[in-house]
Design a protein around this ligand. Structure first.
Ligand SMILES: [Zn+2]
Length: 55
């Protein structure tokens, strides 16, 4: 696994509404918070992201 995959391959899922957010999106936010206002996420590694490769 490359460093880039580790960086972009992690998806977090809000345990309240199920909205998925990437670690990149979370990092760009001033605080870790879902659009619904909840702050508890669980890690959800998306198989979809894993299939995307830089060409
Ligand atoms: Zn939410």
């Amino acid at each position: 696994m490359t460093a880039e995959e580790q960086k972009t391959g992690i998806t977090y899922e809000c345990i309240r509404c199920g909205t998925k957010v990437t670690s990149e999106e979370l990092n760009s936010l001033p605080e870790i918070k879902c659009i619904c206002g909840y702050k508890v996420f669980k890690k959800a590694r998306s198989p979809l992201v894993k299939q995307i490769k830089a060409v």
